[in-house]
Design a binder for this molecule. Structure first.
Ligand code: IVH
Length: 707
């Protein structure tokens, strides 16, 4: 039997090291290592875990990228029911809340005010410092076990710092939310592939946490704030201190809470955040006021649904009343038809609103919105203002219910509604003008074929003039025809024409996956295009793939597979692809060559003695993309530590939390030890003065293929 102890030790060491790095990064906003180094260590750990799954630790950071998908979430009872909060929109009621509590208690007390995060609540259980379970609120009594998904949230510690004074077993509750930046990126991607964007960050967070595939959740970039520590064994009784305690164990509690002595300070906090909320990187929908002394909590008790020792003050959504003049319809690139309310301009939360989304036919029907009605427009957590109701008292006599259109407003084709979807589509993909224009614009966009010499304006002209009707037409454009356009209303100058043609010619060298993405197949975004390209290798193979073959590809679900099959079943699309191939576009996948150097973005100090001279070690650092520094500072990312390093350096490195890298580890990082001859060999060469030329460096691996 092999002795596997070293493997087990290596796995433990890597796991702990990565845990430390993540903690610093996500809780303390400091980077101890470069992204490159982090990813490299993670990959190393992943490989080892795959080979020796028996040694994988339950808190392994590899789970951050997503474990096994689940079919259905297990329902689990909460040890302590998850209550909700009584809430109010009025300051008077907050004052009543305070007066009620003062009457119920015979001692003075203070409050802790917190933000009311706009997400969904979660309960985390830890045993011996390891996250063992994450449950959603569900109905308050039992919730869904979403542990695998929650493990992908970087700010949730999978294991608490060793030696922390946390109980062996405890629960902590908080809110999972989606930061605005992640939300905008997610919606951008969804629109790109023709999916309906999420209305607000809360829906996006809750939709994400309910996905069955943790790998997909990992990409959603959720965050989690904790605000409620449960456990009788916790001696600390002040809520404020409990938050600090939780933070010291590694939880993200946010720095927004404040102890407030009385009502006046509570109101100050309320007013401050009502204005300041715009500047937070995430959405809040109010603030929460809690009695600080938790020993008063049981005495104050709970009502059926919520505790008496806390209340939520919710910010009023900004709302305005205005007249609905008209409902128009927008047709997108994928044929999706969106109703848009055209309003009498009204000012709302600092901007003038003229248009608002009406989502779909069902919502219009449910609200019974009619032309000429006075409607309420709200700007809450939503990106686009929405209509939330009708002021019936101002309805004009003789108004009639609104009939949703049956035909495409652009091309007159009868609209269709797909099973299970609320939206209407125009099926005339091949001839409906906004769909064609949308496809052309998508094709030339930066992430697709990146033909920046064209742009939306010029594309529109080419379309209107009949020069470009499908994406393959771009490659048939000729100098004379383009210059001819000068005779009309528009005038393309020599230089412009040359630019356009050069841009188009250059686009022929875009890799296959970009060509595939550029085709604009519904549901095939950038990432999916890459996966498909890598899997099928070339266009003919992809075009020939059956639904089942497509489904076998990781990340390809029914919707994507169906959409691809449907796309390539259309003779017109097949013809376009053939013409693109004939024009010289890439239809075969080529393995990406690594372009980054292994030490890119790292900053080094070299100290002590090595098997080579220190100068050589420094040159190696620089050669492989690292930066050299003469002494340790906050910028240093690694200390290359040889023998006989001074104790002062060591102390300083520890203080700054800079990882020490041994000579052997260093060689691993650069993909192997350079052969001795390179530095010491040829006696007649002054080799030490010069950085060796790249191709001559005999490193292992393919790190230099991109050079
Ligand atoms: S305390 C027993 N604190 O608001 C009381 N809740 O409307 C536990 N929420 O279900 C809740 N931020 O999902 C608390 N700082 C905060 C909160 C917060 C958001 C949510 C939570 C709760 C809901 C109640």
């Amino acid at each position: 039997m092999d002795n596997l102890d070293p493997v087990r030790e290596k796995i433990t060491e890597l796991t702990d090291r990565l845990t430390r790095y993540s903690y610093a990064y996500y809780q303390e906003d400091t980077s101890l290592v470069s992204d490159y180094e982090f990813d490299r260590l993670l990959k190393e750990l992943e490989d080892l875990e795959n080979r020796y799954p028996q040694f994988r630790l339950p808190y392994s950071p590899t789970q951050r990228v997503g474990g096994e998908p689940v079919r259905n979430f297990k329902t689990v009872y909460h040890t302590v029911p998850m209550l909700s909060l009584g809430n109010t929109y009025s300051r008077e009621e907050v004052a009543e809340f305070d007066a009620r509590l003062r009457k119920l208690t015979d001692q003075d007390f203070d409050y802790v005010c917190e933000l009311k995060y706009d997400g969904l609540s979660i309960s985390l259980s830890y045993k011996d410092g390891i996250l063992v379970r994450a449950l959603t609120r569900g109905d308050g009594v039992k919730g869904d076990d979403v542990t695998g998904n929650v493990k992908t949230i970087r700010s949730v510690p999978l294991r608490l710092a060793r030696g922390g004074n946390y109980p062996d077993s405890f629960e902590i509750r908080g809110e999972v939310l989606m930061p605005r930046a992640s939300f905008e990126e997610l919606n951008r991607q969804r629109e790109e592939i023709g999916e309906t964007p999420f209305a607000n960050t809360r829906n996006a967070a809750s939709g994400s946490l309910k996905l069955q595939d943790p790998a997909q959740v990992a990409r959603r970039r959720l965050d989690c704030f904790l605000y409620f520590l449960i456990g009788d064994s916790i001696e600390e009784k002040r809520h404020e201190k409990r938050l600090e305690l939780a933070s010291s164990w590694g939880f993200k509690t946010g720095r927004y809470h404040k102890r407030c002595a009385g009502l006046r300070e509570v109101f100050e906090y309320m007013d401050y955040w009502e204005k300041e909320r715009e500047n937070l990187p995430f959405d809040i929908d109010g603030i929460v006021i809690k009695v600080n002394d938790t020993s008063l909590w049981p005495r104050l008790g709970t009502t059926a649904k919520s505790p008496r020792w806390a209340i939520a003050y919710k910010f009023k959504a900004k709302r305005a009343l205005t007249r609905l003049n008209e409902i128009t319809f927008q047709v997108g690139r994928t044929g999706a038809v969106t109703p848009v309310a055209n309003l009498d301009p009204v000012s709302l939360g600092g901007t003038v609103v003229k248009r608002a989304s009406l989502h779909n036919a069902d919502i219009i029907k449910k609200m019974d919105v009619r032309i000429g009605d006075y409607v309420y427009v709200e700007k809450g957590g939503e990106v686009i203002p929405k209509i939330t109701g009708v002021e019936l008292s101002r309805r004009e006599a003789g108004s009639r219910p609104f009939d949703f259109i049956g035909k495409c407003p652009e091309c007159g084709t009868a609209l269709v509604r797909k099973d299970g979807e609320a939206g209407h589509y125009c099926p005339n993909e091949e001839n409906c003008p906004p769909q064609i224009k949308g496809k052309l614009e998508h094709f030339i966009s930066r992430k697709a074929m990146d033909i920046d010499s064209l742009g939306e304006g010029k594309t529109e002209i080419l379309y209107e003039k009949g020069l470009v009707r499908d994406v393959a037409d771009f490659y048939d454009l000729r100098y004379a025809r383009l210059l001819d356009l000068s005779n009309g209303v528009v005038s393309f100058k020599d230089k412009t024409v040359e630019n356009i043609l050069n841009g188009i010619a250059r686009s022929k060298s875009r890799p296959f996956e970009r060509v595939l993405y550029a085709l604009g197949i519904r549901y095939v975004g950038e990432a999916t295009a890459k996966v498909l390209a890598r899997h099928f290798r070339d266009m003919p193979a992809l075009m020939a793939a059956s639904f089942d073959e497509l489904r076998e590809v990781e990340e390809v679900g029914d919707a994507i597979a169906g959409s691809i099959v449907e796309f390539f079943s259309r003779p017109q699309e097949r013809r376009i692809v053939e013409r693109l191939a004939a024009a010289g576009l890439r239809m075969e996948y080529e393995e990406m060559k690594s372009e980054t150097l292994p030490l890119q973005d790292t900053v080094w100090v070299v100290s002590g003695t090595f098997s080579r001279s220190r100068e050589e070690m420094k040159r190696l650092v620089e050669y492989f993309g690292g930066k050299m520094q003469s002494s340790l500072s906050g910028k240093t990312s690694h200390l290359l530590a040889g023998d006989r390093m001074g104790p002062e350096k060591l102390k300083k490195a520890q203080k700054l939390d800079i990882p020490l890298v041994s000579e052997a580890e260093f060689y691993t990082m650069i993909g192997g030890e350079p052969s001795a001859s390179l530095f010491d060999g040829q006696a007649d060469m002054p080799g030490r003065q010069q950085v060796p030329a790249a191709p001559a460096l005999p490193v292992q691996g393919d790190l230099f293929d991109g050079e």
